[in-house]
Design a protein around this ligand. Sequence first.
Ligand SMILES: C[S@@+](CC[C@H](N)C(=O)[O-])C[C@H]1O[C@@H](n2cnc3c(N)ncnc32)[C@H](O)[C@@H]1O
Length: 270
Amino acid sequence: MALHLSLLEWLLLLVILLEGVAIRVVSRHWNAHRRAKREEGRGKPWLLRRVPVDALDPVFATPNPRLGHTTATEVAFISIGQTPVVGAPSDYESWILAVLSRQALNMFEFGTCTGRTTYLWARNSSPSARVHTITLHPDQLDTYRGDADDNPDDQADALHESSFQTFVYSGTDVERKIVQLYGDSKAFDHHPFKGQFDLIFVDGSHARSYVESDSEKALQMLKPGGVILWHDYRGAHRSGGVFDALNALGTTLPLMHIEGTSLVAYRSPQ
Ligand SMILES: C[S@@+](CC[C@H](N)C(=O)[O-])C[C@H]1O[C@@H](n2cnc3c(N)ncnc32)[C@H](O)[C@@H]1O
């Protein structure tokens, strides 16, 4: 049946149709935006200021930023390539860690895992440098002491990752520079190490109570002018314990979120 409409009626119909399309487009964008926000930080803001890596250390400021290279930032490197390795920093993050180790004499790592960062530090630091690294041995899983408020997934991941007894550095010529410690990091007595380390990597259990405890110890073990790096500042939905603990710590310390990474850094005053 043919519709006999006046021009005005046709125009009205068109307006109604366009309105419907516009409402659908806007609501699709709004929903996508809400979903992205939720996934990004479950509505929680990213509080730490994001800075380029050369704000952490001038060694990263290249004379020609397009080439991105100086001999001061050249390191011996092993890539994880295409192979996903449990809890591993990305190649870019590992390069930053390796470059910083060139200036450090005493280093400490919470969370050894495969020992790749431990190896990069030992390989790239001076011959007299020392790397201490602590991890939970697979036989010590029952010593893990989570808090009631910790996310159970963070605890499950921490225990799952605690499966290593030999490491990337095992049997290499830099193993002599490494002191492998085993145990629960909350039970670790850091007092003999106060004020000793130039570079500390906090990358153990990602449960909030552990990030808080490890950070507290790291701050006490840091030398004046030293650097602490935390891994996995990825938003509330991916590493909520790290995200919440660092956002809270950032209210009292000038923490920096390094652009293009999940690393957060702090340099203590000289
Ligand atoms: C994300 S992985 C570390 C990755 C490593 N830093 C790297 O750069 O390749 C986390 C490590 O923390 C260790 N860990 C988890 N809970 C721990 C705890 N309570 N005490 C000590 N180490 C713990 C795990 O055994 C695992 O080796």
